[in-house]
Structures are given as C-alpha cells and as structure tokens.
Design a protein around this ligand. Structure first.
Ligand SMILES: [Zn+2]
Length: 143
C-alpha cells in the first residue's frame, strides 16, 4: 500500500508532467511550459493525500478505501468537470497570453501557475487513485 510520502512524490511528479504537457500543448513554447509545471508540482502535492485525508486509515482501519476512493464518484466528477473545465482552462491561458501582449509578465506567470495548479491537482489525485488501484485492496466501485 502506498504511504503518504510515496503518494506525495508520485503526485508531484504527475502534476508537473501533466501541467508541463498541457502548457506546451496550449502554447507550443517550452520556455513558458515550465511555469505550468511549477503550478503542477504544487497542485499534485496538495491533492496527493486528499482521498486519504477524507478517509483516514486511523479511523476507518487498514481497508479504509470507500466512497471518496470510489471509481463511480471520481469518474463521475471527471466526466462532469471535463467540458466546463476545459473551457475555463483555455480562457485562463488566453488571459496569460493577453498579459504577455500587454507587457505584464508577472500577471501572465500567475495565470500559468494557476492553470498548472488545477491540472496538477487533478493529476495528483488521479495518480493517488492509480497507485491505490494496483495494490491488493484495489479501489471500490462505489463504496
Ligand atoms: Zn488512498
């Protein structure tokens, strides 16, 4: 079973890679993609243990995975958030580009870190669930 430290390392790396990939996909610029990756590390680190925070093994026991680790809840949230999230993230990328055009690099940097934080947060949580899913206990469908 992955422990808290392993989850944080895996989620931070997943957050950085996924946010870097999204940033490069959105702007086709390696020099700007690292700004997304920075947000991705933070986002992944923040969400690394959120499922275990909501269902701690100290209270629920070693087989603590239930509703918040469930495939139904997480898959449903991902499906519901996909389209509005995609539009919102693209609008934030456009704001970052507008700030670049207005010679406001720090404001543009903040928008890119925010987008990276969101992408990395999603990636960090998904990496937690994937890491849990390959253990003998696996993940529950519902709870
Ligand atoms: Zn877990």
């Amino acid at each position: 079973m992955p422990k808290c430290y392993e989850h944080k390392v895996i989620a931070s790396a997943t957050g950085a890679i996924s946010a870097f990939g999204y940033g490069y996909y959105a702007e086709q610029d390696f020099a700007k993609a690292w700004q997304y990756a920075l947000g991705g590390v933070l986002g992944g680190r923040i969400t690394a243990g959120i499922a275990d925070f909501l269902e701690p093994s100290k209270i629920f026991g070693p087989n603590h995975r239930s509703f918040f680790h469930g495939i139904a809840l997480n898959g449903g949230l991902a499906a519901a958030a996909y389209n509005p999230g995609k539009e919102w993230l693209l609008s934030l990328v456009h704001k970052a580009i507008e700030c670049d055009n207005k010679q406001e690099p720090f404001k543009a940097f903040r928008y890119r870190v925010l987008v990276g934080l969101i992408i990395g947060g999603a990636g960090g949580h998904i990496s937690h669930l994937l890491a849990d899913s390959i253990t003998p206990n696996g993940l529950p469908l519902l709870c």
